[in-house]
Design a protein around this ligand. Sequence first.
Ligand code: MV4
Length: 493
Amino acid sequence: MLKKILVANRGEIALRIMRAAREMNIPTVSVYSEADSDALHVRRAQEAVLLGPPPASESYLAIDKIIAAAKKTRCDAVHPGYGFLAENAEFAQAVQNAGLTFIGPQPRAIRALGNKLGARSMMSKANVPTVPGGEIKSGTIEDFKKLAITIGYPVLVKAAAGGGGKGMRIVNDESHLQDAVEAAQREAKSAFGDATVYLEKYLARPRHIEVQVIADQFGHTVHLFERECSIQRRHQKIIEETPSTALTPELRRKMGEAAVAAAKAASYISAGTVEFLLDNGNFYFLEVNTRIQVEHPITEMVTGIDLVKEQFRIASGEKLSFTQEEVKVRGHATECRIYAEDPATGFLPSPGKIVYLSEPSGANLRIDSGVYSGCDVPIFYDPILSKVITYGRNREESTDRMVLALKDYRLIGIKNNVRFLIDCLNHPEYRAGNIFTGFIDQHLPEWSELEPRREFDVAVAGAVLAAMHRPAAADATTQESVSPWQTLGGWEL
Ligand code: MV4
C-alpha cells in the first residue's frame, strides 16, 4: 500500500482525499499558498508545505514546487484532486519521473483523451457512438461546407484541444460557417496553442449524462452507472443526481457498456468519467474526464463504494476490490454545490470572510466542506465552498431532504447560491424530471421575479452572532423565544 500521500489540491476535495487516506491509515501532506495559510486543508493536515504566493501559477500549478514538497516530506504518491494539475499529462509524467506514484491514469491516457478530436476518433473505432461529424483533413472551407451539409445544420464547431465548452460555435446555415470556423480557429490557437477545429451535428436540448468508470492495472474495467449533470450554467454544474430519470434499464446497460468500451480503448487505469449527451433516446460520446470528479459522492452514496480509497488501492498495484456484477445501485442521491457566487449579479464570485457558518447534519446527508466559521474565501481560486449530498429511497425523498438541508445551511458574510439551489430543486420542471443542459438559462428569468433574496451584510451578521451567543435561558422550553434567524428574516421552514 502507499506509504504517504501528498494532496496537490485545496478546499473540500483535499479534505475528502485526506479522510480516505486516514481511513486506510495512510499519512498525508498538504500543500498550500500564502492565501491559504488558515485554510481547513492546512489546519487538518499532519504536515503542510507552503508552495508560494497566492496565484495558482506560483502555488497549486507549480509542478516543480509540488514535487519538491513531496520529496522533502518523503511521500511516495501524489493525488491531484480535480482542477489545477489533475488533467495535466506533464504533471503526471513529472510525478512518475521523480519516482513517485501518480494517483490517477497514466500520462499517455491523459494526453490521448485530452485531445477531444483524437478521443472522438478513438471511441468511434471502439464502436462507442459519437455525434455525427468529424475532422476536416484538408482544412479548406469548401470541405467544411461539404461536411456540414452531410451532417445537416445546425452544426457545432469545436476545438480539438478544447473541452468543457471552450471555443465552441453554433452555426445555423452555410452563410455563417466560414466566419465561425475562422473565429473558432483563432480562439483555439490562442487558448490552447492548437488551431484544429472539427464539426458535429448540434443537438439543441441534450441531457448531460456521464458514467463513472474505474479500472485497475490488470485490465479489470467496470462502470458504476450514471450521473445526471444537466443542471449547470456556463459549463459549471450545480446540481447532480443519480440515477437519471431519463434512462430506461436498456439504455443504462448500453451506456455502461459503452463507457467500459471507451475506457478499455484508452487503456484507462484509475477512476474516470465518460461523458455522453442524451438526445431523443440516443446517446453520444462527448469526452472522458481523466480525474476524480466533484460529483463523485453521489455514485458513492448509491453504490456504497469509496472511489478515492479504490484509487489508492489501484495506484499501489492492487486489484479492483469488486466486480461489475457486485456493483448495485440502491436508492437515489443528489448533490448541490455551494458556491461563493452572487446569483443577483449574474453569479459574480463573492470572496471574503465567512462570518458565520452552520452546516446541516442528519441521516442520509453528507457534507463535503472546505470552509469553517471565520475562514477567508480567497479570490484566487474556484469559488466552490462545499457540497451537500443527500440520499433517499427515491428521487422525491432525496430531493426533499436536500431542500431541508439547504434551508439549514446557514452561511453569513459572503454571497452564495444556497437560496438559488432551493429555487431550482422546487421548480415544477425539476420535480417532474424535465431537465436538460439549458434548464437554468431557460428558467432564470422566472426566478428573478420571485421574492427578493434576503441578504445579510456583515454588520447584521455581527448582531446575529451576538444574539446567538447569549447564555441559555434557565427554562428554555417554556421561554417565549424568538430565534435571531426569525428576527432577521431567516428562511421560514
Ligand atoms: C455539444 C452540445 C450539443 N451538440 N455537442 C459542452 C461542453 C463540451 N464538453 C461539449 N458541450 C456540448 N457539446 C453537440 N454536438 C452541447 C454541449 C453543451 C453542454 C454539454 C454538456 C453539459 C452542458 C452543456 C451546455 C452547453 C452545451
